[in-house]
Design a protein around this ligand. Structure first.
Ligand SMILES: CC(C)(COP(=O)(O)OP(=O)(O)OC[C@H]1O[C@@H](n2cnc3c(N)ncnc32)[C@H](O)[C@@H]1OP(=O)(O)O)[C@@H](O)C(=O)NCCC(=O)NCCSC(=O)CCC(=O)O
Length: 559
């Protein structure tokens, strides 16, 4: 971006600067021998136009809303519309969670995001022995359409978009959402939202899988196909790097493994004869926002660029929307500290700025007390206000991709891009993402990175304020934390018993038989599942039949 003469002048001046640095170093050394990003990328003392050598503006950066989308997916970005402020929430019963959603909406949240309890996430009803002690704990307990109707009571599904963090049983929860829409008189083509539906990262990092890879991929591609024709505004998957990063990966690994998962999904759907120009439009992504501000901004920019190239060049996608990497961000749970939790507000604010400067489409900001418990209403409000302050007061939303052209940010963007491509090539060599997971390669890479980070914290090479430096004695007696009522499990079991007594059990049996037959054949499962939930067939019953046909996945332990 600079001509030869300018670069020559810079090189000459740089010699003088180096002499000044050498002199400064004789007076006192720098604080560290080597400086690196949080993700371990080596950093130079100073970045100059020399670092932009090789950056081809139209090719590498371009303009917002056009290939390769490095600078953002919308031509006007936040001047036209802020990102969706989408707080992940849900606990106890559908009634209590509905109250929390309506509170959030009244406070200015612009999208919903449902957290389900663990039994729901692994396809068990609240009365299953595996569910004991877990009902309503980390999210809301949903057994049937009856619970979903309460969850979205007085929330118009044609006006608000909803994300559901559900993976192995994603099709069942999507079917229930469709059925709630029908009850509200909202046609399926007016529903908008996202299901996480990303099983590969469950095998790698999160753990709420049910079925083995093959039928799991089939369920996912069934959903792609079904939504393309029936629920066209639905984001059919949220390909997630968030949990990979929470498990301890570096920023480069987060990008690489997420996009490699994306490649696996596209390949699976293409193999089924689906058109990536169509289903590709509704693939969405989900990343983490950590504290290392510049690295995070660069990460988001690099991820968009790589995905656009992958879709265009590897899969021959010509549709512009299908080339775009659109993503949700959550601030990093793993950076929150139980010590001096008020400091977490500052961490979240920095991470919010990184997500916004990186061009996110949707954002969840963590609450200050989340290292201790599920957030209280007050702490959730502060988290939401953090987004609102960044949106309305910081000024950073008024200029698109404002850090572009920063020597340091462009250099980091390139480094992350190159690092991620190296991993993607390695995964290709290993036979793709599924094979790489089965070999334990991906898990091992993440474990090594997590181990190195922890060692650095324990050695004091990485400072976590309030944890390994600046500790204080804290009086925790006045802390108010949210506690889920332990009677939720019993309440949910009683509700389920009543439901099963009152519904048409012959119809339910027929629906389950239809699902079994469809599962044993190549038929798309979604229409059968939608029909079953309409008749109040429970999630556990549907997943139970699928378990019988598909079997269950057992974890590949990496030692
Ligand atoms: C695509 C995204 C990322 C965002 O979708 P959204 O609907 O919010 O936003 P969007 O698509 O960008 O914008 C909505 C519509 O406005 C349009 N639009 C946006 N900006 C515009 C602009 N400047 N000018 C004109 N139009 C614009 C878009 O094109 C789109 O229209 P069209 O629709 O017409 O194109 C989606 O997938 C999403 O919301 N994901 C959220 C995932 C999530 O919450 N996950 C929580 C996980 S929690 C978790 O997993 C962690 C904890 C755990 O482990 O459990």
């Amino acid at each position: 971006m600079f001509d030869e003469k300018q670069l020559q002048a810079i090189a000459e001046k740089k010699a003088a600067y180096q002499a000044a640095v050498d002199k400064a170093l004789t007076k006192g050394p720098e604080m560290r021998q080597e400086f690196t990003t949080g993700g371990g990328i080596p950093l130079e003392r100073l970045y100059t136009p020399e670092h932009l050598q090789g950056v081809d503006y139209p090719k590498d950066l371009g303009f917002p809303g056009s290939f390769p989308y490095t600078r953002g997916v919308q031509p006007t970005m936040y001047r036209g519309r802020f990102w969706t402020m989408r707080q992940y929430a849900g606990f106890a019963t559908a009634e209590e969670s509905n109250e929390r959603y309506r509170y959030l909406l009244s406070q200015g949240t612009t999208g919903l995001s449902v957290a389900f309890d663990l039994p729901t996430q692994i396809g068990y009803d609240s009365d299953h022995s595996m569910a004991q002690g877990e009902v309503g704990k980390v999210g809301v307990a949903i057994d049937s359409l009856a619970d979903m109707e309460i969850l979205f009571n007085q929330i118009p599904l044609d006006k608000v978009s909803t994300s559901m963090t559900i993976n192995a049983p994603a099709g069942v929860l999507l079917a229930m959402y469709i059925a709630v829409g029908e009850k509200q008189g909202v046609p399926t083509d007016a529903l908008s939202g996202t299901i996480q539906n990303d099983i590969l990262k469950e095998y790698i990092a999160r753990g709420t899988y049910i079925f083995p890879p093959k039928p799991s991929m089939r369920l996912i591609t069934d959903i792609f196909d079904f939504c393309s024709s029936h629920v066209p505004k639905w984001n059919t998957i949220s390909i997630s790097g968030y949990h990979i990063r929470e498990a301890g990966s570096t920023a480069i690994q987060e990008v690489a493994f997420t996009l490699a998962d994306g490649i696996a999904y596209v390949e699976a759907a293409v193999k089924k004869g689906q058109d990536p120009n169509v289903f590709g439009k509704r693939l969405s992504f989900f990343f983490n926002a950590h504290n290392d501000f510049l690295e995070e901004v660069a990460k988001f920019r690099a991820a968009r660029k790589i995905w656009a190239h992958l879709m265009k060049e590897r899969f021959g996608v010509t549709d512009k929307t299908a080339q775009m990497l659109r993503f949700h961000t959550q601030t990093a749970g793993s950076t929150l500290t139980a010590q001096q939790p008020e400091n977490n507000v500052v961490r979240v604010a920095i991470q919010t700025m990184a997500a916004v400067m990186g061009g996110t489409q949707s954002l969840h900001t963590n609450s200050l007390d989340e290292a201790l418990a599920l957030p209280t209403e007050k702490s959730v409000r502060i988290a939401l206000r953090t987004q609102q302050i960044v949106a309305y007061e910081s000024g950073i939303t008024q200029t698109i991709d404002p850090l572009a052209g920063s020597y340091a940010v462009e250099a980091l963007t390139k480094q992350i891009e190159e690092g991620a491509w190296n991993y993607i090539r390695k995964i290709d060599e290993l036979g793709g993402m599924l094979a790489s997971i089965e070999k334990g390669y991906v898990q091992q890479q993440i474990q090594d990175a997590a181990y190195n980070y922890q060692k650095a914290v324990e050695a004091g090479d990485r400072i976590v304020v309030g944890v390994n430096k600046f500790q204080v004695e804290e009086d925790t007696s006045s802390r108010t934390l949210l506690r889920v009522d332990p009677s939720v499990g019993a309440q949910q079991v009683a509700k389920l018993r009543k439901l099963k007594e009152g519904r048409d059990n012959v119809k339910v049996k027929d629906c389950l038989e239809d699902i079994r037959k469809a599962a044993q054949s190549d038929e798309n499962l979604m229409p059968r599942i939608v029909e079953a939930v309409r008749h109040y067939t429970t999630e556990g019953e549907i997943c139970g039949v699928l378990r019988e046909v598909f079997g269950e996945y057992r974890e590949h332990v990496v030692l």
